[in-house]
Design a protein around this ligand. Structure first.
Ligand SMILES: NC(=O)c1ccc[n+]([C@@H]2O[C@H](COP(=O)([O-])OP(=O)(O)OC[C@H]3O[C@@H](n4cnc5c(N)ncnc54)[C@H](OP(=O)(O)O)[C@@H]3O)[C@@H](O)[C@H]2O)c1
Length: 180
């Protein structure tokens, strides 16, 4: 059992999204700079406590879907969430996580009305076409990085909410996009 008391599923083999997962509100959550940079050398670049608090508040109690590289970058399995890791490695097993072999399979086995896709670049790219909501933290500054969030096509997405904030080193915004 994982920390949420949900049954661990080690593999999933769904090739399409079922009706139940289509009924769910698939949400991407990410923090990016003004050039859509996400990270560098498999690490986050900035330290923004307000963003971490928001991430925790929004994702607690939900399924969180991540690529194997993002999982490896975390210090531990994130508590009070159903941690789902996507990998091509059929032998990948770790305590406290569910392993899936595609983003669609991960959404199938999430068993959640609002599963969160938490990165990284490869997984966001594959998930954005399946998403209903994007919870974005946009940092209005430039950083060097090697992984990027996909472009958000404003013909497909509308800004539902936007809140601009000030940090000591930069300004940033919390933006909620919903699919048109
Ligand atoms: N700023 C943010 O909000 C944020 C959020 C999350 C992550 N990040 C950053 O993003 C970076 C990591 O992103 P990344 O793009 O390098 O890696 P990633 O998306 O986290 O993980 C990539 C891995 O996912 C697996 N994968 C990808 N597509 C798959 C598919 N179709 N089927 C099965 N498995 C698949 C593969 O694992 P295997 O190699 O095991 O097969 C692949 O190597 C780090 O720098 C991290 O800090 C930033």
């Amino acid at each position: 059992m994982n920390p949420e008391g949900m049954k661990d599923i080690k593999t999933a083999d769904a090739s399409r999204l079922s009706k139940s997962s289509k009924d769910s509100k698939v949400t991407l959550i990410a923090a990016i700079d003004q050039n859509r940079v996400l990270g560098k050398n498999n690490e986050l670049i900035w330290h923004l406590p307000e963003d971490l608090k928001r991430f925790k508040r929004l994702t607690t109690g939900h399924a969180i879907i991540m690529g194997r590289k993002t999982f490896e970058s975390l210090p531990k399995v994130l508590p009070n969430r159903h941690n789902i890791v996507v990998t091509r490695n059929r032998n990948f097993i770790k305590e406290g996580i569910t392993v899936c072999h595609s983003v669609k399979d991960a959404l199938e086995c999430a068993g959640d009305k609002q599963p969160f896709v938490i990165g990284g670049g490869q997984i966001y790219k594959q998930a954005i076409g399946l998403a209903d909501v994007i919870e974005l933290t946009k940092i209005h500054s430039k950083f060097e990085g090697d992984v990027f969030f996909p472009k958000i096509n404003l013909k497909e997405w509308i800004i539902e909410k936007e809140e601009r904030m000030v940090h000591t080193d930069f300004e940033y915004s919390f933006i909620t996009y919903t699919k048109k």
